[in-house]
Design a protein around this ligand. Sequence first.
Ligand code: BGC
Length: 702
Amino acid sequence: MDIKKLLSQMTIEEKIGQLLQCGPSIYRNFEEIRWDTLRSGEIGSFIRVRDPEMVNKLQRCAVEESRLGIPLVFADDIIHGYFTNFPVPAAEACSWEPELARRTAEVAAKEARVSGIQWTYAPMVDLARDARWGRNSEGAGEDPYLASVFAKARVEGFQGDDISSDTHVAACAKHFAGYSACMGGRDYNSVEMSCQTLYDMFLPPFKSAIDAGVATVMSAFHDFNGVPCAGNRWLLRDVLRDDLDFKGVLISDAGAVGQMQVHGYTEDERDTAKKAMDAGTDIEMATFTYNHHLKELVENGEIPMEMLDEAVERVLDLKNRLGLFENPYIDVEKANSIGATEQSIALARECSRKSIVLLKNDNKTLPLNRKSKIAVIGALAGNEDDMHDVWSGKNKNATTIYGALKANNYDAMYAKGYDLKTDEVFIEDANRVANECDVILFVAGEGVNYQGFMSGEARNRSDIEIPKLQQKLLKELKRTGKPIVAYIFSGRPLALRNVDETVDAILWSGGLGTEAGNAVMDVLFGDYNPSAKLVWTFPTSNGQSPYFYNHNNTGKPPIAEIWYSSKYIDAPIGAQYPFGYGLSYTSFKYDNLQISSKEFSIDDVLEASVEVTNTGDCFGEEIVELYVRDLVGSMVRPVRELKGFDKIGLNPGEKKTVVIKVPIKNLGFHNQKMEYVVEPGKFMLYVGPDSASGLETEFFVK
Ligand code: BGC
């Protein structure tokens, strides 16, 4: 399709139409759709049309009844699967296996594309630094390097080599930028951030997605240093377009353009349209300011026609790349018959078990003896919806924990224990079941039945412990004297100190999706030895958020005995479980850390090697993590920064040498003049099992 030629044939109304995405207010009721608007070419895209027949009906109207026949593009939030629900992104990232994320994104893309969705609003690449924020589970954790690796993998999985293929979709890196740093962890709240933090911490995952060819980017809801993102010219043009070299479509978040007026940044709808277009927002999702005012703004010369044309061209180009001009329709029969397959379910099980983190295992409580009689206690153990977390796809089926145990003939009894909806605790029943069994499997954490989801958009919490009623039940169960294994689900880092002090073993994960119950069962009995590691720091208590491992040292680092040091008087120093932490049923020993040289120049690649031995009695996989610290800088540097990792499998007694390469040019940061620099001087290097331990050595950059 000759896009330039098509553009030259378009009326201003048709151009503006390409920039309108019909959103929630319209899609809920298709009878409300103004078919005449579609016919006149004034709607460019739709969000969340999940009925394949309706996809074709809308498309037919646009293609066959509008003057130029420009196809629509259908978008949706395909975050961790459509028919096969994989673990939520942050859970999946705990596998530290980007290839796994690429494969699950690929399956999600295929399931969506066949169903009529050509564009997904994923991956979310926002860093998760504040446990209170509801959307931590949608990203890849708190670290910019790990999040960048996963951003690339997910974009590659969704998009493949060619987004016109009927198995891939256009991806969207969101939410640009700094969205997760909302004050108080309150979604949509203002963000105050230095440019250095933006560039060094929050932008790398976006850059990685852009370098991987992400077709679209979504701007965020909040005001960034006082200017709402959807109208933030500096952020969208100078940073995103110029610095990060993004050439694709930029869409606002749902309603975010219209909300600029609520922020107090624009006077009225007309002013809003002007500021959004001037700032560089191409598509306006779910509000109508362009539709109502852009024509007049262009005709008055307040918005240059070239600016409008550039935006429209990008949208047409996306549709062209998606192959929609040639293949606008979907095969409804195929769409209606698609579902999870044997392979996609096997992948979901593999991914889910690799997402489960073992946080504690006193006296080798786990794996469980297959002959044990197990008291499964907790509503979350038996409810399919609770297996998913937010943004699950069209198919909500899942194996539950109790369901999997029963289906596989394990000797298990179930007690609901609590009800998050009604706030009731059923102690007697739980005790009865516990007393009849050898071991208690206490399943708790965040569910979907506490005033709706407990994590997700706008589901922020000021209390990041497990709900009080679960704590109450756990205390009671402790009195039985039976060994307790806690399985905790959550969409955010939790403060698990109380749980840790009470139980013998803890497994944690985010929502696991379709194969949740089977995967948990695999881990409980040692059919899979847990290998996942945390991508968030778990604090010890509520008030420590935001808490992340790659913080600066301060002039008074925390020392318990020192009054004037940077600590809390009522919380321990250090995290409950640090970033990168996770245990195994076996144990690993790290020895003999070597680096290829003591001194490097900017163009060199450092090679660190370490010997890792499986010192336990079963096969296990270990994630080997490499961190650096730049000891002196013209800006103070974080106490540690992840710069590489590897994942290996070892049989009992086996030893492997792991080599991790780090280009020296990756050790830089933005200085006070906002120049990216790698400064000469001494660095520390750490290689180990998590961000708070490991072997160390030093090197110099000249
Ligand atoms: C969310 C986005 C999402 C959009 C469309 C918004 O409320 O912030 O992440 O893509 O809705 O569903």
